[in-house]
Design a protein around this ligand. Sequence first.
Ligand code: ADP
Ligand code: NA
Length: 325
Amino acid sequence: MATIFSGIQPSGVITLGNYLGALKHFVDLQHDNDCYFCVVNQHAITVYQDPAELRKNTRSLAALYLAVGLDPEKATLFIQSEVPAHTQLSWILQCNAYIGELERMTQFKDKIKNKNEGIPGGLLVYPCLMAADILLYNTDFVPVGNDQKQHLELTRNLAQRFNQKYGDVFKVPEIRTPKVGARIMSLQEPTKKMSKSDENNASFITMLDSEKEIIKKIKRAQTDSDASVHYDIENKAGISNLMTIYSTCTGKSFEEIQSLYEGKGYGHFKGDLATIVADTIRPIQERYEQLYNSTELDEILATGAAKANLKANEMLHKVEKAIGF
Ligand code: ADP
Ligand code: NA
């Protein structure tokens, strides 16, 4: 049985991209693995979050973890800030990381690109917090997208460097991430990934959008003028992205979808897709509504935090002993 850790930031309401690309896959992984799924609220504050919004988004994401089918009997679900060992280990890892290697992270370079005001220190060091998240649980695999590969390499380097200096403390996680789900692109700029941090909210569908909003966003999704439902990622990125969503929700292949819409225009296809997406999201929203204000959610998160604290503290104590605390 492998140990798996993954987290999602509560920096907004999660998108259909987060669901199809990550969460849906977590649900499959929980059966045969020892899974830790975390709401990483400490990562979210590397950029300013309105406190009331952050509190709401954190609880909302936890409720969505359950609503999509994560089972607290099968996976440990918790909120990062409720397990202090994450920041404690992060500090120790920061002391063993080099400024040069942190500055080389492409996500750091991207995030500071158009910043005129001061750059928060957290943007530079958050990969050490991510390394702590992973290393605390003796993680074997981290199911994240390709965008996180460089951070995983850093995690491995930090673990190996620590082990060389202080003895064999950390399990070095595999770089091979388990196969993750589809990569969903922005509905407005289909060469960019769909992201909850996008300023243009027509570019993403959230898991809490109403059916009306879903229909409107899919109707307005950018496509080309050639009006034939064909998968061609190079020349027809918009329709190809919508086909990916269609295929991931229904299990139909691109060929099947193509023949289904042969001779029919984009309008017809988009109308069906909106229904498919709404049908995918509706049962999740129904379950979410029951969970969000429930004491059941508080209990599940308290149990999850207790389990995570137990395991994380065990590793933290090993580390502290090794460095002379
Ligand atoms: P976001 O950009 O929406 O803030 P996060 O950085 O919180 O996303 O990513 C959470 C998880 O969702 C990660 O595992 C990431 O790889 C996955 N993910 C994020 N955006 C997409 C997308 N557009 N398509 C597929 N997976 C995605
Ligand atoms: Na499990």
